[in-house]
Ligand binder design. Structure first.
Ligand code: ZN
Length: 132
């Protein structure tokens, strides 16, 4: 079974913390040992695990991605959001976290983030937990 939830982003670029939602699915699922796959079915956002303490880390990541993938380039894609598609490819649409003792195994300073590059939008996050 794939568990789905929605995230509404509020800016053009942001990293929305979805750790609580993913942890909740793992807890409800009741799997003691396995892997938790997280996936976004979108082409202009992504998923990342990164620091959950200093919000400036997220600001720095967004700022550097925006600088690295310039808006000012003769892109051919008529929709006008090629930078968002490129950031999605760079960061990736999925990740995997171990589940042990019924809990998501993240490092102390790690959180799971939906990385929005073409917001604000409502995004879906899909979670599948495989028992090991
Ligand atoms: Zn597009």
């Amino acid at each position: 079974m794939v568990h789905k939830f929605k995230v509404t982003t509020s800016g053009k670029s942001e990293m929305a913390d979805i750790t609580r939602q993913v942890r909740g699915i793992v807890t409800e699922n009741g799997v003691e040992e396995g892997v938790c796959h997280v996936f976004v079915p979108h082409t202009t956002c992504g998923l990342a695990i990164n620091e959950n303490a200093d919000p400036n880390v997220r600001r720095d990541i967004i700022a550097k991605l925006n600088e690295s993938v310039s808006e000012d380039f003769p892109y051919r894609h008529a929709e006008g959001n090629s930078p968002a598609h490129i950031k999605s490819v760079l960061v990736g649409p999925s990740l995997t976290v171990f589940v042990e003792d019924g809990a998501l195994q993240l490092g102390t300073w790690q959180g799971i983030y939906l990385c929005e590059y073409d917001g604000p939008r409502t995004r879906e996050v899909w979670v599948k937990i495989i028992k090991a």
